[in-house]
Design a protein around this ligand. Sequence first.
Ligand code: SAM
Length: 660
Amino acid sequence: MDMNRLRDHMVEHHVMRRGIGDQSVIKAMRIVPREKFVDPGFEEFAYEDAPLSIGDGQTISQPFIVALMIEKADLKADGKVLEIGTGSGYASALISRIARHVYSVERHERLALQARERFERLGYGNIDVRVGDGSKGWAKAAPFDAIIVSAGAPEVPTALKEQLDLGGRLIIPVGRNDEQRLKRITRTGATTFGEEDLGGVLFVPLIGEDAWTAAHPMYTATAPSPRAEERASKLISAAAEEFSSVDDKSFAVLFDRFADSRIVLLGESTHGTAEFYETRAAISRRFIEHYGFNLIAVEADWPDAAAIDRWLNGQAPGDGQPFHRFPKWMWRNLEFSRFVGWMKKENERRKASHKDPVRFYGLDLYNMSGSIRSVLDYLETISPETAKIARERYGCLSPWQSNPATYGRAVLTEAYRSCEDAVLKQCTDLLARSLDDAASGKDDFLNAVQSARLLAAAERYYRVMYYGGAQAWNLRDTYMADTVEHLLDFHGPAAKIIIWAHNSHIGDARYTDMATARDELSLGQLCRQRFDEMTSLIGLGTHCGEVIAADDWDGRAEKKQMNPSLPQSCERLCHEAAKPRFLLDLRADEELHASLVEQRLQRFIGVIYRPETERLSHYMSTSLSRQYDAFIWFDETHALSPLVAPQSSKGDPETFPFGF
Ligand code: SAM
């Protein structure tokens, strides 16, 4: 891994592009090796724009927030600076590259000692570290030109104000968890201080005599002010186009305004909600019946979707049961089966009137879940520990997962790396076999375009997929976008396609943390970039209810209760609009669009749902109105109905979906 390149990238993308302009801060961030401040094994995550676990329940702060605090402290080369909350030592190290001397206080002895060792090893000789309660400051070394507090306090501790020199700046997060604000206090006289609000943040708590007494969860995000939230919620309420039920005839008509598009992408904020499938089915039926849409492509494996397509077109579906691997419920459910049943009837009608049939395709990397299954089976026999890492890493292929504790379990080991070649061979053999099967099944499109492309790139695909993470995500979404493009070419200029996939795929990733923190792109973004005016991106969301999901990749599907959406999220705004179901056309109303441009939290639940780490595992910052053209809201939702394999008394396999 080229750490210098990653560091430069972090500075340019996560720091400068987000408005940090102070050259001394930028220079310090370019020279301090952040990877030396994380635990061994975590180096590959050091340059993501996210806080990272450093043990003892503490975190190394997100690079952007560290840069912001230092910039706002307005450090001078001859300055004397106090940092409260040394943690990993990273922020103190940066400050030491700008100011003359740094005093740093940490309440955890292990962290303080470790930071001291790091400074010594790096030759940073102008930092003093002390173990203690920083809410009392460091009286003997006072006064300070600047004080930076890297943990959130209930109020500004008096001792810290008193230890500021005249003109000195104190940067400190203040307030309860959901309302924490970053403040700059400037000493203007012996007893006078100025105060400025620098925005919403969320830090671990400052724990001490003049601070909190109990632990609080950690997160950092900027947040709009309560007044902006109230206004946005009112605008949503005014713009909401309510509907009573997706079964009502008037429902799908609401979407006619998007039927001019050639590519309509329909999302979902969970992979386990009945209303999302029913909504997409109702819109798809209308578009197929009235607007010439003839292709449905879903976030699923090609061979499984091809079996459905064959059945829809009067051919034998082939051997085996489609969608029999994790996460089965995503397509093996009653709601989807009903839609497949409808497509079957539609194709029979079309055949009778000599019209071309509707075709059904899977967009994912060819046989992705088949290859993941074979990797897991292989690793399980070699080393269960390694299989556990793989499971966690494949979890990252489902939407946004940014829990530092999760990374802890997914850090690459030597054993993992040493399995790479054997795993690649397994996957390429499997691919060659399944392409042979597909060829004998005369899959027209696959024969025409896909197989050669797949075989040529297979080794690279499997290598990237094996390691998971952002690169695998990008490979997958680029592959999906290429397939959409090829399908449209293959079916000719009149072809129109509807795509069903998760919000994180169909939204435009450029306006989310996916791009800013991880350099991830998305299918929706690529469709917009490649097809310009011809796409509509429609997200779907909910406040609360039940959902089908697993605890881990490969885990059991369970009906889980979703936590209500968090304050400061766009879901909470929709909830506060106090209307049970509605369409929000984000292009129709300029004022509404503008008020939802600002980044807010948004919830993403994929095949895995971990309510106990909800905020970290399932929320990221996004701009709702830039990400989608429209948003469909259900205040309360229900779990979809998985079809459990009913082995009949004769031992026949289940008949999904062909029994419908
Ligand atoms: N600046 C750190 C870095 O760059 O890695 C990150 C700081 S972390 C978000 C907050 C730190 O504040 C934790 O290490 C925590 O133990 C420490 N802390 C909390 N209360 C404290 C107190 N009263 N005095 C000193 N340190 C405290």
